[in-house]
Design a binder for this molecule. Structure first.
Ligand SMILES: Nc1ncnc2c1ncn2[C@@H]1O[C@H](COP(=O)(O)OP(=O)(O)OP(=O)(O)O)[C@@H](O)[C@H]1O
Length: 662
């Protein structure tokens, strides 16, 4: 058996697991910055330019104020001060002060607009990428979820932080250049000392930012577990078990354990930050004190003027704080760029299914769907689930799939929908390998009800209409599907019929808040909760919105229905399936007995195949045993001591005990 050359290989670049070395990769910092700026520019060029203009004003105005102050002080100290010039200088200082105040208000506004626009753009790209994944494999990787969580966070903050870092670098550099020039004119030694003092600060902050980014990645799994425990504590679906089994304290404890672990790691890092910052502050204070001492002595000796002292002090303080802001900004940007790397990885993720040329069409099914020598396992460390399975589903026939729990029935269904590709062998649609057509083309032709169906917190009509988005507003179709699934009367009886919101979490009609609420509206907004079986019938109706597609898949469509409903639903389904191609997976053998063909899956292969009569005719067969065991369960047992392991049909040995559970 040779490996299929088209088998899906895990991609290396986008899905590659990041170790510390990834985070330490400075190329990713540069790439992250470039990508963040490109993204920000696409999202809101106007606001970026406005912020840049404000940064130029913000960077140059303080230097100009310091110089004007010096000139004014020198004028004041002159033997014959000119009041006219002094007024102009004071007016200039005042005007610059107003400009700086206005700058910060305009910058705050432009920042807000840019942050929202960038966030929208980044989230749009991120979820478009997640939506591009047409299989399920990637979504089953815990690492992918770690990365996705960080990507979501950095989509919200990182591009904006990087833009702010760029702008503050621009502003800081202008201010630093101005103050540095001033200092150089008065004391080159002091200027050099201030610059040299900034070097260890830069190195220390960059090291810290790298450690912070590493910490964010390492604590991500723990943070996701914490979110999981939090979700369980608040989730309505989990609430029953959590309360009955008294799981609240247990989950609460686990949540706190995760949180404490992350806090401990953060505390450790923050202690390092404090050490660095205290050392840097001491260095800065020493420098300032030395500078002040020098300036006072020089002024006393008459080598510099009183105005020089003023501009010197302002310049030294401005240079130090400018360098500090610059260094911290660069470090924050560095950290954001490192985390943004996760965003870029997810935003650039490749489809987890190997795709064909996207314009190829899939013709309506005319002959058969065939699974040919299909080998499948969920990942390379797991056991094979399907081991050379062969199955033909002829056009227009109903095929039922039965087997014990874990036999691989749902897996088979998932391969038919191409949620995964088999590692070996192929699934053929009228002889065409389904990997050779766009996956959307294939799924357009399939209707399905899954065993683990969804309950959507939407209206009843939407819950059904989602099965065929093009017809979601077509109430006749929605109603017809509900009738076929036997849920029409239930929905009609809801307070607002098909418009009833089926949710206790959200309420509809926010947009109509101001209108007076009548009874129907109140029901829509307060929401209604359905029973398990009613939800399942809605899911069935959703699947039946696709009635008439080439293949209908029903994976345990009636497991939650009462006996009467189940009978009615299966009778109706049988009518609907007549003449169309369908696959029914069910443990209820009464439901499968009328299928054109029944196949028994065991050990990853088709063990038995035939119609009900032929399969029950061989009493040692697995199907016959399953069927009779189930049937026995409904019969009056004349001898209670006979138990469930009594002789099977035809007096054969014990029957499998896991029958019927699903
Ligand atoms: N997403 C998954 N990742 C890894 N293993 C999986 C996944 N889904 C199913 N499996 C494994 O594959 C095997 C077959 O599962 P499958 O759901 O196909 O069985 P089934 O025949 O439908 O069972 P049941 O009757 O209980 O519904 C099981 O052992 C299960 O643990």
């Amino acid at each position: 058996m040779s490996a299929d050359p088209r088998r899906t290989e895990p991609d290396t670049e986008p899905g590659r697991e990041p170790g510390r070395e990834d985070l330490a990769d400075d190329v990713s910092v540069v790439r992250g910055m470039k990508a963040a700026y490109a993204l920000a520019w696409r999202a809101c060029p106007g606001m970026l330019l406005l912020q840049a203009a404000m940064a130029v004003i913000g960077g140059t105005a303080p230097v100009a104020i310091a110089w004007l102050t010096k000139v004014a002080l020198d004028e004041l100290a002159a033997p014959d001060p000119r009041p006219g010039s002094l007024v102009w200088m004071a007016a200039g200082i005042g005007a610059l002060g107003i400009a700086m105040a206005a700058t910060s208000a305009v910058t705050a506004y432009a920042q807000g607009r840019a942050r929202r626009a960038i966030g929208l753009h980044a989230q749009d790209r991120l979820f478009a990428a997640v939506n591009r994944l047409s299989g399920l494999a990637r979504l089953e990787e815990p690492r992918f979820h770690d990365r996705l969580r960080l990507a979501q966070q950095s989509a919200e903050h990182a591009p904006d932080q990087l833009v702010q870092m760029g702008l503050s670098t621009l502003q800081g550099t202008l201010g630093i250049a101005g103050f540095l020039g001033t200092l150089l004119a008065i004391s080159p030694v002091m200027a050099g000392a201030a610059l040299v003092a900034a070097v260890p600060a830069m190195v220390a902050h960059l090291a810290l930012s790298r450690r912070r980014a590493g910490l964010v990645w390492r604590t991500s799994p723990g943070m996701r577990r914490k979110l999981f425990y939090q979700m369980l504590l608040t989730d309505l679906q989990a609430a029953k078990e959590v309360r009955l089994f008294g799981l609240g304290d247990f989950l609460h404890g686990r949540m706190l354990t995760e949180l404490r672990a992350s806090n401990t790691a953060e505390d450790r890092l923050e202690r390092g930050v404090v050490r660095v910052q205290v050392s840097l502050a001491a260095l800065g204070a020493l420098l300032s004190a030395g500078g002040l001492l020098w300036a006072v002595r020089a002024a006393a000796a008459g080598t510099i003027s009183i105005g020089d002292v003023s501009v010197f002090i302002a310049s030294l303080a401005g240079l130090q704080s400018g360098l500090g802001v610059l260094v911290q900004g660069i470090a924050l940007g560095h950290q954001s760029a490192l985390v943004f790397h996760h965003y870029l990885t997810v935003a650039g993720v490749r489809d987890d299914l190997v795709g064909p040329s996207p314009d190829r069409e899939l013709a309506p099914l005319a002959h058969a769907i065939e699974l040919r020598d299909v080998w499948f396992r969920y990942d390379e460390n797991s056991p094979w689930i399907l081991r050379g399975l062969n199955l033909t589903i002829p056009h227009g026939s109903s095929v039922a799939v039965v087997g014990l729990n874990g036999a691989g029935k749902s897996t088979l269904v998932k391969l038919l929908c191409r949620f995964y590709d088999p590692q070996r062998g192929s699934v053929l649609w009228d002889g065409v390998d389904i990997r050779d057509v766009p996956v959307a083309e294939l799924r357009r032709r399939i209707g399905a009800v899954f065993q683990d169906y969804m309950d959507y917190d939407l209206t009843a009509a939407e819950n059904i209409g989602l099965g065929d988005l093009e017809a979601i507003d077509d109430m006749d179709r929605v109603r017809a599907a509900a009738e076929s699934a036997g849920v029409h009367e239930t929905v009609e009886r809801l307070p607002a019929g098909y418009r009833t919101m089926l949710s206790r979490l959200f309420h509809a009609g926010d947009e109509e808040e101001d209108e007076e609420e009548d009874g129907e509206e109140a029901a829509r907004t307060s929401g209604v909760h359905l029973s398990g079986g009613q939800w399942q019938r809605l899911a069935l109706a959703r699947g039946l919105m696709r009635q008439g597609r080439d293949l209908m898949i029903l994976d345990e469509p009636s497991s939650g229905l009462d006996a009467v409903a189940e009978r009615a639903v299966h009778d109706r389904l049988r009518e609907l399936r007549a003449g169309s191609t369908s696959v029914l997976v069910s443990h209820r053998l009464s439901a499968v007995r009328r299928a054109d063909r029944i196949v028994v899956v065991q050990d990853g292969r088709i063990l038995e195949s035939g119609d009900h009569a032929s399969l029950t005719a061989s009493p040692d067969g697995v199907y016959a045993r399953l069927f009779h065991t189930q049937a026995e369960g409904y019969r009056e047992d004349p001898d209670p001591s006979a138990g469930a392991t009594g002789p099977g049909p035809g007096g054969t040995g014990p029957v499998p005990t896991a029958v019927g559970a699903g």
